[in-house]
Design a protein around this ligand. Sequence first.
Ligand code: ADP
Length: 185
Amino acid sequence: MSTVALTGTPGTGKTTVSELVADRLEIEVVHLNDAIREAALVSERDVDRDSLIADLDAVEAWLDDYRAGESGDLGTDERDRDLLVESHLAHLLDVDRVVVLRCHPETLKPRLRARGESEASVAENAESEALDGILATAVDRHGEASVWEVDTTDRTPEAVADDVAAAIEGRIDPRVGVVDFIEYL
Ligand code: ADP
């Protein structure tokens, strides 16, 4: 079984795209932020805070259990399926490859506003996206040969899902440095 992380700043389309990819490939999707919330995989001191601060060791242990089929309730066939772990934290885990969704900050902002995020959160996420932090961390941890950066700006979720499926199936080479949003800052 191979595990693929689908990561990116909130609003880049991870949830939407992961469902489209699951329709196309024999792959099991894990919405990791839901698991973190449901299994309370958060660090003790942050447990009462509004925003979840994940306990990464606990998340890694949960994912190991899930892969072993212990908490996933999977049948034998499903246990052999690849996993697509969708979360802005997924690249921090022990995974085989990483797909990083990108989106120009000016395109990201209306997506976040449309789902009711506060202006402070919209601004913070737009800035994080311009700063490239997730991509840099993913490359640092997993190496360029395991990272696929996919631009979602002005593209449909279906077109993005095509690229993500191609990356998972190894039909396109790893690639980083495809966008540069630094002028936004
Ligand atoms: P994430 O899981 O990364 O936070 P979502 O999948 O929830 O992102 O998408 C955030 C919002 O942006 C949703 O309203 C979704 O419909 C929209 N969206 C996602 N992908 C695209 C895209 N490629 N183009 C336009 N809007 C998109």
